[in-house]
Design a protein around this ligand. Structure first.
Ligand code: ATP
Ligand code: MG
Length: 570
């Protein structure tokens, strides 16, 4: 490609709304332009990077005997009503009406469409297993679209769905996809980690997320260096720990009410009473799809809503509004406590170890001191409800957990029969008996992979592409395009590299060399070849590797071999 013909509007400054480096660099490198919040034009350079990821994904999915299909983006509401998600999915689902006033949605994910397709065609176990995938535009009306392509509303996803006759087969496919995902992200040149994950609105029995390690990641992951346990903190199990303060084995004192005017938070109350926060019992009132529940965690811990949801086997959980808090406790929020409550009370393991603790007294400006679980209040269920933090004991071994940030680029789920049962997708087993299809689903955010790559691989001058994802392999800079002597050499090198099957960008613009060098660094192409009279006088051209920075001289006829060798290395 000749740069004079290329639509690559580079910028010196990034727009002010670009908070993370990948967003800034993608705009500055002319890869994307915003149309509306979370909705982008993808320009040629950006699309080439997308294609690199897509090609790797296709090769690896095909290798795993998955087959590519292309499903519609506009989906009739009837299918989503059959699965029950028309009502459950919430505002992320963009609903539209056609001219006949019929309801449709823009597909945020395609379990319903694929299950409908397969239930119409698959009859017997002989038609199974089946793994179908597509690379297609999704729409999710995200509440907080941000970070460019990282969290868009319209974005490109590879989504795959598999169908099986037996649990064993579904699990073996899940393991196969796990390996396929590892190969994909390795081939992309990413530093990543698979972690155990929550299943969210997609549902299903278990799942793993593939996390690219980066400080700007929106997810937190807990890992144990000793046993290798790794999980999203939404999911991560907490080892049972000894209370931090000197709280054990105190004599149980008498319950007492104290005045705590305007003091609501753990810090305010513990500061006022001059005690460690681990002496407090934090009392949170939750509403769920079934009932209102009182959830207790120790004052120095945070409650993990995903764990609460699982413990209660609820469809959804959310903090109760002020009116509900008053209904459940009789007092205002900020002063809730479990003493004397009739509602269902669930507690984290650590709450049981609190003695002579402090809780709200369900009355404005009042707290109880010397509260003892069991004596002063009942607990209906005890379990792991706390959000793990750095330094917590690992639940699986003697190690401690470290917490790091990550970007979720892929997600695999074992769905089981959630969709096939809801939608009547069955097959006849070997004995001729009708059974629901057992399913799995597997997603990769293509644009998010591109953004995460840049997040992980850049320097102060711009992007540093891992070779497999770079939109071009080589950037040729003739320092003066009006000088035939050196421009002819640049063109010869360009032809030679193209003939060798490399993707080459020839900067044939009438610009100063400095401008060209800056653009070459900004867009991050792995190899730069500079042709000037000075290099020709020395008998060759200059080669500079983006990753290394040092330039060196090579002979003109060595260029193709040297570049090929370097590009293939990564
Ligand atoms: P998140 O927790 O980040 O919202 P998710 O769990 O909703 O992700 P999945 O439904 O598992 O995501 O979708 C599969 C993949 O699609 C994700 O692993 C991610 O790479 C990508 N993805 C999801 N939402 C977005 C988005 N808003 N913008 C870009 N990519 C996305
Ligand atoms: Mg999401």
């Amino acid at each position: 490609m000749r740069l004079s013909r290329m639509f690559m509007p580079t910028l010196r400054e990034a727009p002010s709304d670009a908070e993370v480096v990948s967003h800034r660099l993608m705009v500055r490198a002319g890869m994307i332009r915003k149309v509306a919040a979370g909705i982008y034009n993808i320009l040629p350079l950006g699309l080439k990077a997308h294609s690199r990821v897509e090609n790797i994904v296709r090769e690896e999915m095909n290798r795993a005997c998955a087959q590519e299909v292309f499903l519609p983006m506009v989906i009739p509401s009837e299918l989503w009503r059959e699965s029950g998600r028309w009502d459950l999915y919430g505002k992320e689902l963009l609903r539209v009406k056609d001219r006949h006033n019929r309801d449709f949605c823009l597909g945020p994910t395609h379990e319903e469409v694929i299950t409908d397709l397969v239930r119409g065609e698959v009859r017997s176990y002989r038609d199974l297993p089946l793994n179908l995938y597509q690379i297609q535009t999704k729409f999710r009306d995200e509440i907080r679209p941000r970070f460019g392509l990282m969290r868009g509303r319209e974005f490109i996803m590879k989504d795959a769905y598999s169908f099986h006759a037996t649990e064993e087969d579904a699990e073996s496919e899940y393991r196969g996809m796990y390996d396929t995902y590892c190969r994909i992200f390795e081939r992309c040149g990413l530093e990543f980690r698979p972690v155990e994950a929550e299943t969210g609105t997609i549902g299903g029995s278990f799942s793993h997320e593939f996390m690219v390690l980066a400080d700007t990641g929106e997810d937190a992951i807990a890992t144990c260096d000793v046993c290798g346990y790794a999980a999203n903190v939404e999911r991560a199990e907490a080892g049972i720990s000894v209370p931090a303060g000197p709280a054990l084995n105190r004599d149980k004192k008498d319950l007492e009410m104290v005045h705590t005017p305007g003091l609501k938070t753990v810090d305010e109350v513990s500061g006022h009473l001059k005690i460690f926060p681990d002496r407090l019992i934090k009392t949170l009132i939750y509403s769920t799809d079934r009932e209102n529940v009182v959830a207790l965690v120790r004052g120095d811990h945070e409650l993990n809503e995903a764990k609460l949801k699982r413990m209660l086997e609820a469809e959804w959980v959310g903090l109760a509004d002020e009116e509900t808090v008053r209904k459940v406790t009789g007092g205002p929020s900020g002063f809730s406590g479990p003493v004397g409550l009739k509602a269902r009370i669930v507690a984290d393991y650590a709450v049981e170890s609190v003695s002579n603790g402090v809780t709200g007294a369900n009355e404005a400006d009042m707290h109880f001191i010397n509260v003892n679980p069991g004596r002063d209040f009942h607990v209906d269920a005890v379990g792991d409800l706390k959000m793990v933090v750095e330094g917590d004991r690992c639940a699986r071994c003697e190690g401690t957990l470290a917490v790091a940030r990550g970007i979720e680029v892929g997600h695999i789920f074992k769905l089981g029969t959630k969709y096939s049962e809801a939608m009547g997708a069955t097959f006849l087993d070997e004995r001729g008996k009708k059974q629901p299809l057992i399913m799995g689903c597997y997603g990769i955010g293509i644009g998010r992979v591109v953004a995460a790559t840049i997040e992980q691989s850049h320097d102060e001058r711009g992007i540093v592409w891992p070779h497999p994802l770079s939109p071009f392999h080589v950037y040729i800079v003739p320092v003066n395009v009006k000088d035939d002597r050196l421009f002819d050499v640049a063109e010869d090198i360009y032809d030679g590299l193209n003939a060798a099957g490399l993707d080459v960008l020839l900067d044939d613009r009438e610009e100063r060399a400095g401008v060209k060098f800056n653009d070459a660094d900004l867009i991050g192409i792995p190899v730069r070849i500079t042709v000037s009279n000075k290099t020709l006088d020395k008998g060759g051209v200059e080669i500079k590797k983006r990753r290394e920075g040092e330039a060196s001289m090579i002979g003109i006829d060595e260029v193709t071999d040297k570049v090929k060798e370097y590009i293939d290395m990564a």
